[in-house]
Design a protein around this ligand. Structure first.
Ligand SMILES: [Zn+2]
Length: 398
C-alpha cells in the first residue's frame, strides 16, 4: 500500500520515519495499517507505505522508529486551560508540557473556567473567550496545539453575541451548564445559534464538579443537543445508568469519557456504545486541570483502562483518542492519512510489561512507554519523562 501526493515545490522540510513496527491509523474501520514508513512534507503527511514503495529521497530529517509503534498524536477532548502553561486551579506550571510527555499533541478547551474572577457578564465572557483564542493560537506550550476560547454561556446572550464571537475567530462553546444557563430550552437556543455560526459546543453531564456548578441530567443534555456530551461518565458524579443509556440511544452526539470522571460509568458507557454499534462516537478527555488535579498520563490511562477492563482491542481504544475525536470535532490531525497534520506519538511496551508487544501490554492494562512525539513534522519530545520507560525508543538518524 502506498499513497503519495505531489509536493508543490519539492523544497521545504521533509521528514522520513522508517522501520515502524506497528502503524496505528486512528481509524476504527482499519486501525492497523500495513506500512512501515511515513513521509512528511512541510508538516503534513505526504506518503504512507513500505519503505521501498515511497519516495524517501531528499529527507531533511530521518527518524528510525526502531520497531516501535507509531500512532497519531493523542487528542485530549476536554481540558480547562487558562494562561499559557499555568493552571490556577492547582497552581501548577508546565502541565501542558507534562501532558505532551503523555502523548497528547492537541487539547481542546471545554472553557477557561478556572480563571480567577472569571467574568460572568456578557461583554466579559466574550472578551475572555476572544483573548483565550488569540493567546493560545499565538502560543503553543511545548508545541502542543491548544484549541481554546470556549465561552461558557450565560443568560442574556443573544444571537448577535454568537455571530460576533464567531466572526472574531471563536470556534468553541465551553461546557454548557457551568454558567447561569442550566435549563434545556435556553441551552438549546444558544447551542443552535453557536452551531449556525460555526461554533462547536460541549455540555457538562452529571452532578456538580466543584462548588458553584450544578446537576445537568439527561433531559437537559438531550434538549441542549450540544455536539459533545461532555464527560458522560460524570465530572466526577455520574448520572444513573439508565440516563447514560438514554444518552447513548437517543442522541447521535459524541460520547466523551474523561479521566476525571466515574470509572464504572465510563465502562458502562463503553459497553452501551459497543452494544449499540456506536463506538465511533466514543472520544476521550481528561477534564484536567480539575479538583482531582492534572494527570499528564490521563489519556493513556483511560485507553489502557477501557482496553483492559472494557475488553476492547488496544488498537481500537487508541482510535477513541485520535481519529474519533478528529472526526467528531472536524480536526485536521488524529489520523494517519495523506494530507493530515503530521502529529505523532511513538510507543512501545513498557520495560518488563507482561505484554510482549505494545498492543498486548495495553490490553493487559499497562501504560505504554512513550519514546517520542512529533507535532507538524517537528520532533517535540524524546523518551518520555513521565511514562514507564519504553522497551525500545526511536532514534533521530539525521
Ligand atoms: Zn464539567
Amino acid at each position: 500500500m502506498a499513497h503519495e501526493e505531489e509536493s508543490k515545490s519539492g523544497a521545504g522540510p521533509k521528514l522520513v520515519i522508517r522501520n515502524i513496527g506497528v502503524l496505528l491509523s486512528g481509524d476504527l474501520q482499519r486501525p492497523i495499517l500495513d506500512a512501515d514508513t511515513v513521509v512528511v512534507k512541510e508538516g503534513r503527511i505526504a506518503a504512507i507505505g513500505r519503505e521501498k514503495d515511497v519516495d524517501t529521497e531528499g529527507a531533511t530529517r530521518v527518524i528510525d522508529a526502531n520497531g516501535t509503534a507509531l500512532a497519531p498524536g493523542l487528542i485530549d477532548s476536554h481540558v480547562h486551560p487558562v494562561a499559557g502553561d499555568w493552571t490556577p486551579r492547582q497552581n501548577q506550571i508546565g502541565w501542558i508540557d507534562s501532558c505532551l510527555h503523555g502523548g497528547v499533541t492537541t487539547m481542546i478547551s471545554a472553557g477557561e473556567v478556572h480563571m480567577p474572577g472569571r467574568p460572568k457578564d456578557v461583554v466579559g465572557v466574550k472578551a475572555m473567550a476572544i483573548t483565550a483564542q488569540r493567546a493560545f493560537a499565538a502560543f503553543r506550550p511545548s508545541g502542543v496545539k491548544v484549541l481554546a476560547g470556549a465561552p461558557v454561556i450565560e443568560h442574556g446572550m443573544v444571537e448577535e453575541d454568537f455571530r460576533s464571537l464567531a466572526e472574531a475567530g471563536v470556534r468553541l462553546l465551553g461546557e454548557v451548564g457551568l454558567g447561569s444557563v442550566k435549563d434545556g430550552p435556553t441551552a438549546r437556543q444558544m447551542v443552535a445559534w453557536a452551531r449556525k455560526h460555526g461554533m462547536q459546543s460541549t455540555i457538562h453531564t452529571g452532578g456538580p464538579s466543584i462548588p458553584g456548578s450544578s446537576l445537568i441530567d439527561k433531559d437537559v443534555v438531550l434538549a441542549a443537543d450540544a455536539d459533545v456530551i461532555g464527560h458522560i461518565n460524570g465530572g466526577h458524579t455520574a448520572l444513573p445508568d439508565a440516563q447514560i443509556r438514554s444518552l447513548c440511544e437517543e442522541s447521535s452526539r459524541a460520547l466523551e469519557i474523561v479521566h476525571n470522571g466515574n470509572e464504572r460509568a465510563a465502562l458502562f458507557t463503553l459497553r452501551a456504545a459497543k452494544e449499540l454499534k456506536q463506538l465511533h462516537r466514543v472520544i476521550l478527555g481528561t477534564d484536567a486541570p480539575a479538583g482531582s488535579g492534572v494527570q499528564p498520563l490521563g489519556i493513556i490511562r483511560v485507553i489502557a483502562a477501557l482496553s483492559s477492563i472494557g475488553e476492547i482491542p488496544a488498537e481500537v481504544a487508541f482510535c477513541f483518542a485520535t481519529g474519533n475525536t478528529a472526526r467528531m470535532r472536524n480536526l485536521d490531525c488524529g489520523l494517519i492519512e495523506v494530507g493530515r497534520a503530521a502529529d505523532f506519538v511513538f510507543m512501545d511496551a513498557a520495560q518488563h510489561s507482561a505484554g510482549k508487544t505494545l498492543l498486548e501490554s495495553v490490553r493487559l492494562g499497562d501504560l505504554p512507554g512513550i519514546g517520542m512525539t512529533v507535532i507538524d513534522g517537528e520532533v517535540r519530545s524524546e523518551r518520555s519523562r513521565n511514562t514507564p520507560p519504553a522497551a525500545r525508543v526511536p532514534k533521530i538518524v539525521k
